[in-house]
Design a protein around this ligand. Structure first.
Ligand code: PLP
Length: 405
């Protein structure tokens, strides 16, 4: 059992008041708050070992490099990657996907080839693939979403052809909360001889992720959604692909030898880390992963299931409220619409009550449009939320209805 009061005291921002009311933060899918251990680690980094990594022989640079490479080890252990050299630091999930789409695309995708994504993807896992398909003359094929917000697995099986080069799907939907069966999705891709990228941006903070168990070829996430700092993210990739893929950005640290005529490249993972990386962000993110581990990933999962069940029951009881996304396996995200109130009106009135929810397309326009709307209201919870906050949301929605209907 988690001690929620004690946990909340570790997140200073949760004590904030907005418009004189206690903050009820239900926008954790967009970004999560940071516990003191992360904030303290960032302060320690800037005040005691700030110095560029891998560059100097002096003590501070050495300490910063040791911390940075230690963070890589922490990430490796957290997702159970086989090799530390398969962990690449990026600026976030979006950058990780763009890296793979560009670099894998350069090496493996040609005119007439096919890429499979799903209708459920965040724009970050749609647009880079559209860009590479356009550049290469390849074709994007789409796994449809069923009415409950799960993927149409039958249709998925039928999408493969001898021209399929890669599958890219999300582990968890940011708009609906659906947890996809990524082991099965991966097995099907591999049965067809095709590698797979899994977007873990909404999964890593909610449960155990074991990339060897999933057996995916690429996995990625952002630091800021897993209680770490912004501007840092991870790409895990199997060396058999990463070694073959060309670098996607040039500059310092990714080189081996440079002449004015040509350059040979560094080994993994540095080949994909051009320029000064966000080494302080990496150290802060590692502190966040350690925090999650010590809090207990299983316990967090159980707590979040309780929150999801309670919130679903509460919101289902409100007349004229339609929940979009009713998959059997979900993280604590509830997207909904009100029959007679526009989402933006609802979002703005809830805000005045101190309740932060997300309104709009959720950066997943194709998915939202598939449900016959141009936006939803999304409450995304995490383990530090309370049942009282869910009560406040439900009461707030009832108030909105009274005011607007
Ligand atoms: N993928 C999913 C499923 C997301 O929810 C998000 C952000 O909301 C992203 C990718 C992009 O993450 P970032 O903006 O941190 O790069």
């Amino acid at each position: 059992m988690l001690n929620i009061e004690e946990i909340r005291s570790q997140f200073p921002i949760l004590q904030t008041r907005v418009y004189g009311r206690p903050l009820v933060y239900l926008d954790n899918g967009a970004t999560t708050h940071k516990p003191l251990v992360v904030l303290n680690k960032l302060q320690e980094a800037y005040t005691s070992f700030n110095s560029n990594v891998h560059r100097g022989v002096h003590a501070l640079s050495d300490k910063a490099s040791v911390e940075y490479e230690g963070a890589r080890e922490t990430v490796k252990r957290f997702i159970n990657a086989p090799l530390v050299s398969e962990i690449i630091f990026t600026s976030g999930a979006t950058a990780s996907i763009n890296l793979v789409a560009f670099s894998f695309g350069e090496r493996y995708i040609s005119a007439g080839d096919e890429v499979i994504i799903s209708e459920m993807e965040h724009h970050a896992n749609i647009v880079p693939w559209q860009m590479v398909c356009k550049r290469k003359g390849a074709v994007l094929k789409i796994i449809p979403v069923l009415d409950d917000g799960t993927l149409d697995m039958e249709r998925y099986r039928e999408l493969f052809s001898s021209r399929t080069r890669i599958v890219a799907v999300t582990h968890v939907s940011n708009a609906l909360g659906t947890i996809n069966p990524v082991r099965e999705i991966t097995r099907i891709a591999h049965d067809n001889g095709v590698p797979i990228l899994i977007d873990g941006a909404q999964a890593i903070q909610h449960g155990n992720v074991d990339v060897q168990d999933i057996d995916c070829d690429f996995y990625l996430f952002s630091g800021h959604k897993v209680y770490g700092p912004t501007g840092i993210g991870v790409l895990y990739g199997k060396s058999e692909y990463l070694n073959e893929m060309p670098p996607w950005q040039g500059g310092g640290d990714m080189v081996d030898r440079v002449t004015l005529e040509e350059t040979t490249f560094n080994e993994l993972p540095f080949k994909f880390e051009a320029g000064t990386t966000n080494f302080i962000g990496a150290v802060g993110m590692a502190a966040a992963l350690d925090y999650l581990k010590s809090t207990g990933i299983e316990e967090i999962g159980l707590r979040e299931k309780e929150l999801l069940d309670y919130a679903t029951r509460k919101l289902e009881g409100i007349e004229g409220l339609r929940i979009i996304g009713t998959a059997p396996e979900k993280i604590p995200i509830i997207s909904f619409l009100l029959e007679k109130v526009h989402m933006y009106d609802a979002g703005m009135i809830l805000d005045k009550m101190g309740i932060a929810v997300r309104t709009g397309t959720q950066c997943a326009q194709p998915l939202i449009n598939r449900f016959g709307t141009d936006g939803v209201i999304r409450a995304s919870m995490t383990f530090y939320n309370t049942m009282e906050e869910i009560d406040a949301l439900a009461a707030g929605i009832v108030k909105v209805k009274e005011m607007m209907e």
